[in-house]
Write a protein that binds this ligand. Structure first.
Ligand SMILES: Cc1cc2nc3c(=O)[nH]c(=O)nc-3n(C[C@H](O)[C@H](O)[C@H](O)COP(=O)(O)O)c2cc1C
Length: 189
């Protein structure tokens, strides 16, 4: 199984980097697989640490993919790094092994600390639709325009039926990015 989370890392100058990533839990490890080139991969290699953040504020997913990366963080307590303030829970992790690959290395990390600040509120279809749409936006350069439009039309149903203000804001950022791409495809990717 793959779980869509927010990975925060820091570079050699302590500058935080926040990116949505699909992670796997394999045995006692968290496995992150960044496509090269990747700032997350660079940071994992130089600091050997990461924080996996679970958040129900899907604006973070949509924001990171549309250039809004300045999300509030606080220092992690048991590993070098930063915790997303919007996280309902997080895991602080240390790199144990990197399996290199030309395209997509796998980084195996183990947990040094975990903390929870809020209970999981339940599944929300609009939040899932925002995450699907954020993935779509991260792949716009690979997809035909009719597929983009068909997927958006389907995801819009969940937005119309179940979104709150945060999901609507995130959806707007993503649809603006898609409109911009479709009118100037060369500019974005
Ligand atoms: C839900 C979601 C999951 C993603 N999962 C991955 C992933 O597993 N690996 C990856 O390289 N990019 C993934 N992306 C795209 C990255 O977030 C995006 O390309 C980001 O700019 C990567 O930054 P980096 O330089 O830290 O790799 C995902 C995007 C979304 C919206």
């Amino acid at each position: 199984m793959i779980f869509e989370v927010i990975v925060s890392t820091v570079d050699e100058h302590d500058v935080v980097h926040i990116a949505p990533m699909g992670i796997r839990y394999i045995d006692d490890f968290v496995v992150i697989a960044p496509f090269k080139p990747s700032q997350t991969l660079h940071n994992l290699e130089v600091t050997g640490t990461a924080v996996v953040n679970i958040t129900d504020d899907v604006r973070v997913y949509a924001g990171c993919i549309t250039g809004r990366t300045n999300w509030p963080t606080r220092p992690a307590t048991h590993a070098k790094g930063r915790v997303l303030e919007a996280a309902i829970n997080h895991q602080e992790l240390e790199v144990k092994r990197v399996v290199d690959d030309e395209l997509r290395p796998k980084v195996y990390l183990s947990q040094v600390h975990r903390s929870s600040t809020k209970p999981f509120p339940g599944f929300n279809r609009a939040q899932a639709a925002v995450i699907e749409s954020a993935i779509l936006v991260s792949r716009l350069h690979m997809l035909p325009e009719d597929k983009i439009n068909a997927e958006l039309a389907y995801l819009q149903i969940a937005i119309d039926k179940t979104a709150g203000p945060r999901e609507l804001e995130a959806w707007q950022w993503l649809t603006d990015a898609i409109d911009e791409f479709c009118s100037h495809p060369a500019k974005l990717n």
